[in-house]
Design a binder for this molecule. Structure first.
Ligand code: PEP
Ligand code: MG
Length: 551
């Protein structure tokens, strides 16, 4: 038996075959005096395959998401045969007497640079398309099959690391658990795993080896341990834990339909965090009373180009309608830092967590912001939608956001499109500046929601992506809790409510402190709703203290 110890970031015990995700990076050789006839034939075959692949993708997308989404792949197929692009590849091939893959890569880069330099934002975005098409051609030329899980049975997916953009594209039905060499509990991949209710362990380091692929593993997402080919004793312990997991599940079932209230009558809204309309099923199954955070950026991460207003509207409308009058707080896109999207063409930054991310991108790119706000307001006609802005630091930012909302509402009114003019507007409290300015900010919005993941990162100057900061990254630090208290006082003094949508909200040990602080809402992953309700219903709010705010 081999035991590997990492950090458990999403609870649950599972067993299955380990599958190490192999990423194959293309090594492109230029070649010299190549046989141009042979290279041309390879290129023609690669193009033909690419067109077949893209047509199949367009078909699948049309069935799943409609004509507009399918158009992306049809456009890519047109690029493969684009006269100018093909001529450029041909020229490189002839001038350099090189391999077909080298010619494709060179021509692709030239075209991408040309698009990126254009003034029009739409044309700039085509730069990512041409790079995507070139990559597909190169992969076909070199016989590379990208990503995906090539297994008939569900597996424990192992990898060096899993960026969110890759995680959202994986086939969830094939994943029993995640195990990664890198990563941290506050990374978005860990958050995604919790939202999907899939056990996950990160920070396994070199102990997790690609050669373990195919071997039977037992993993415990709570303790962070993975056992390969477990011995009898370990198997017994696992069976015991699985049974307890099952018993707990049965106990929690009895919590469904119960009120989110303490023994002495203090009501706290228990809402859910989601990343896509697909997660609403889990919210309803776990009896979540609303959605406290819909991370809308995952729509952008799962897409190969800017999602259109219509695509976004349909996604938001689906969630709002499914929640049937319960509050649905949709956060405007929070791209940047660890959530990178190629087609946004963001500049490389030394410290992306302190760079152009979230609301800063929206305020810098009014067209992107307007499209999302139009979709959000349109969806507000179909349920109780609220809009929330992330990474706020300044009063002027909120004023500018509100102006953008006013402009969109005027457009929709002029166009005769229905929306709810009283749509609630909130902001995330996740920067120290927003805590210090909370008194002023509270006058401009309907609610606050504290992002404890980023708030901890920025208050304690600890990178949330970094796995080895250990005890230095501490969301329970009195500084974080005092910030929570200060923001709560500011909210209540100005007559608005405040919630927590960061991961700390699901920490049952912190519940008495949240009650003492006066938190009105906790938004957690769907799986955490019933344990939280169970704990809440055993608390007496009047006896809760602020002890943890002391050193
Ligand atoms: C947070 O920062 O706590 C939060 C909820 O937002 P995200 O994790 O998406 O940055
Ligand atoms: Mg955040």
């Amino acid at each position: 038996m081999i035991m590997m110890q990492g950090k458990g970031v999403s609870q649950g015990v599972v067993s299955g075959k380990l599958y190490f995700l192999q990423r194959k990076d293309a090594t492109i050789v230029k070649g010299e005096n190549c046989d141009l006839g042979a290279e041309q034939a390879r290129l023609d075959a690669a193009k033909e395959t690419a067109i077949e692949q893209l047509e199949a993708l367009a078909e699948k997308t049309r069935e799943e998401s409609g004509d507009e989404a399918a158009m992306l792949f049809e456009t890519h197929a047109m690029f493969v045969d684009d006269e100018d692009f093909v001529e450029c590849i041909q020229n490189v091939l002839e001038e350099e007497q090189c391999t077909a893959e080298y010619a494709v890569q060179t021509a692709g880069r030239q075209f991408a640079d040309m698009f990126a330099a254009m003034d029009d934002a739409y044309m700039q975005a085509r730069s990512a398309d041409i790079l995507d098409v070139s990559k597909r051609l190169v992969n076909n030329l070199l016989g590379i099959v990208e990503g995906g899980i090539d297994s008939d049975e569900p597996v424990i997916l192992a990898a060096d690391d899993l960026p969110p953009s890759e995680t959202v594209q994986l086939d969830k039905s094939k994943i029993l658990g995640f195990a990664t060499q890198g990563g941290s509990a506050s990374s978005h991949t860990a958050i995604l795993a919790r939202t999907m209710g899939i056990p996950a362990i990160c920070g396994l380091g070199d102990a997790l080896k690609p050669e373990y692929s195919g071997r039977l593993a037992y993993m415990d997402g709570e303790t962070g341990a993975i056992y390969l080919d477990p011995d009898e004793l370990t198997l017994l312990a696992f069976r015991d834990k699985s049974e307890k997991q099952q018993q707990m599940k049965e106990l929690l079932e009895t919590m469904k339909g119960q009120e989110d209230v303490t023994l002495d009558g203090k009501h706290v809204n228990v809402y859910c965090n989601i990343g896509s309309p697909d997660d609403v099923g889990a919210v309803l199954a776990n009896d979540g009373q609303g959605i406290g955070l819909f991370r809308s950026e995952f729509l952008y991460l799962a897409s190969e180009d800017y999602p259109t207003e219509e695509e976004q509207f349909l996604a938001y409308k689906e969630v709002a309608a499914a929640m049937n009058g319960k509050r649905v707080i949709i956060r405007t896109l929070d791209i940047g830092a660890d959530k990178q999207v190629d087609y946004f063409n963001l500049n490389k930054e030394e410290n992306p967590a302190l760079g152009t991310r979230a609301i800063r991108i929206c305020l810098n790119r009014p067209e992107v912001f307007r499209t999302q706000l139009r979709a959000l307001y349109r969806a507000s006609a179909y349920g109780k939608v609220a809009i929330m802005f992330p990474m706020i630091t300044s009063v002027w930012e909120v004023k500018e956001c509100r102006r953008a909302c006013q402009a969109v509402m005027k457009e929709l009114t002029d166009e005769g499109i229905p929306f709810n003019p009283d749509t609630e507007i909130g902001i995330m409290i996740e920067t120290p500046a927003s805590v210090f300015m909370a008194d002023e900010l509270a006058k401009l919005v309907d609610f606050f929601s504290v992002g404890t993941n980023d708030l901890t990162q920025y208050i304690l100057a600890c990178d949330r992506q970094c796995n080895d900061l250990g005890k230095f990254f501490d969301p329970h630090h009195p500084a974080v809790l005092r910030a929570l208290k200060a923001a709560t006082d500011a909210a209540h003094n100005n007559g608005i409510w405040i919630g927590i949508c960061g991961e700390l909200g699901a920490d049952l040990d912190m519940l008495p402190t949240f009650l003492a602080i006066g938190i009105d809402e906790l938004s957690v992953t769907p799986k955490a709703v019933l344990p939280l309700r169970n704990a809440l219903r055993k608390c007496i709010a009047a006896t809760c203290t602020l002890d943890l705010l002391e050193c």
